[in-house]
Design a binder for this molecule. Sequence first.
Ligand code: BTN
Length: 274
Amino acid sequence: MSAISRLNTARFLASGLVARAEHYEELPSTQDRARQCAGETVCLMPLLIVADRQTAGRGRQGNSWWTGSGSLAFSLLFDPAEFGCPRRPAPRLALAVGAAIVDAVAPRATDHGRGHCVGLHWPNDVYFGDGKLAGVLVEVLPDGRHIVGIGLNSNNSAAEAPPELRRQVATLLDLTGRMHDPTQLLIDILDCLTTRLRQLGADDPALGESFGALCLQHDQMLTLYLGDRAVTGRCAGIARDGALILDTPEGRRQFYAGTLRPPPPHLPLRERAV
Ligand code: BTN
């Protein structure tokens, strides 16, 4: 393993951003290890769990997560009250995490003038053009502590992804043609996350405004699935409160939940049952 691809746990601790850090070559899922630690009688927080490989990485809605070799996979266990945030599920928190990843990654990513940039796809994915750079999974424990899991396609290549994912994945290595120091990347993400969580806790309007500014889906036709219903509309951005804004044939509507999937080719551009 080259020096640049090696994680340096001592540097995470020295950054002062976490109180405890564990680094594994392989884990089933960093989320599960964080959950296990949360059950300890005394657990220093924020706690960072990083793994080079995950054998059972989890995504949202029961999906699995491909942890490509060289990618970053980590979980952070923390008490949201330490940042002034509520100890309950809040959609804006997941978006704040997405915004923090964009803050940290955007200065490293350039497409050499082709016009793409790093930004958000509602509800909280980080994209570059049509490719997913990072995913965020937020789990809330019964006592209100949060486990935020982040998978970032950093020093891995989409060419090594399972064939069905290859066209959906963007990686920092593929975009920039160079390796990125994972320790510094992680420290920068944690730093930006601290800032965004403090903004959330302070109800700083800058956070809500950034959701709209970072949204890459403006003007795209999107289909949102809500249980057995589908709503198709033109995206008018992400609202300050974290809602997806769609201009539908029935007018402008805001959504706080649902799953975005490509529309079936035959779907008329109006709300209908599927
Ligand atoms: C998604 O986009 O569906 C969310 C993906 C979250 C993946 C990360 S990788 C680190 C952490 N451990 C997991 O098992 N999942 C999250």
